[in-house]
Structure formats: C-alpha cells, structure tokens
Write a protein of this length. Structure first.
Ligand code: SF4
Length: 141
C-alpha cells in the first residue's frame, strides 16, 4: 500500500502529480491543513480527515492510459512513504518519466530513480509567507 490518495494530470506538459498523505512536520501555514486536493484544481476540497490510500498497482493502473513525461511526488510529504523508491522505479521503467520529489528534506528515500529533488526550506519567522502558481490541471483520483 502506498500513501498516494490523490492524482492529478497536467496534459499540456504530460505531467502527473502524485499526492501523498501525511507529513513528519506540522507547519503552521501548511496548505494541506486547509485543502487536501491539488491547489491548481478549481474548487479544491476542504480536509475531511483520512483518505483512501491506493495500492501500488492501482496507482500504476490509473496512469496507464496517460502519456507521462514527468511525475511529481508531492504533499503532504512523499518521502515518508516506504513505497516511494519502488514507485519511482516502476515509473522509470514504464514511462521513462522524469521523476521529481518535492520534500521538506527531513527524511530522504533512496534516490536511484528520482531525477530531481526540490527542497523546501521551512521558515521560523511569522513574517514570512508564500505564493504558488495556478496551472490548468485535471483530477484523476
Ligand atoms: S512540510 Fe509541507 S506538507 Fe509537511 S506540514 Fe510543512 S508545509 Fe505541510
């Protein structure tokens, strides 16, 4: 079982975003404490607690009809999933995808099948805020 609970696809860039449940930090401004779904979707949802986590096979089945060039492992925090390295390996073999891990860096998995790591550095001051881009994105799961 993975910790993936939500999958979105950005067709113009052939990019899949895999969203993983849970985190090893509790940042005060964490967007996931307000919205559990991809913030690029219109009308993304309020958090209602635990979500259904997908088995590895189901994650791959959901992607098989898509043209996938890039996969982004994102949050909550993907690195806490023990299946992450295995999932990255399968995605490399099936799609030859460019795999990007977005992480807080507290715990790094095996990076053999991760092509890029984007590390977010958490702020300790209350005056620091953040922005994010809005892109057209399609919900898969
Ligand atoms: S590391 Fe990211 S996902 Fe985890 S609590 Fe902080 S902002 Fe949220």
């Amino acid at each position: 079982m993975t910790k993936v609970y939500h999958i979105t696809y950005y067709p113009q860039k052939e990019t899949v975003c895999l969203h993983f449940w849970g985190c090893n930090l509790r940042c005060r401004t964490c967007i996931r404490q307000k919205e559990i779904y991809d913030c690029h979707l219109n009308g993304s949802g309020q958090s209602t607690g635990g979500q259904r986590l997908l088995p590895l096979k189901e994650v791959m089945n959901n992607l098989k009809i898509l043209k996938v060039s890039k996969v982004i492992f994102m949050g909550w925090e993907a690195s806490i999933d023990p299946e992450l390295a295995n999932l990255a390996r399968l995605l490399h073999y099936k799609f030859r995808s460019y795999n990007t891990l977005i992480t807080n860096g507290l715990k790094l998995p095996h990076l053999d099948h991760i092509d890029e790591v984007v590390l977010s550095i958490k702020a300790y001051t209350e005056t620091v805020s953040y922005t994010h881009l809005t892109l057209p994105t399609k919900r898969i799961v």
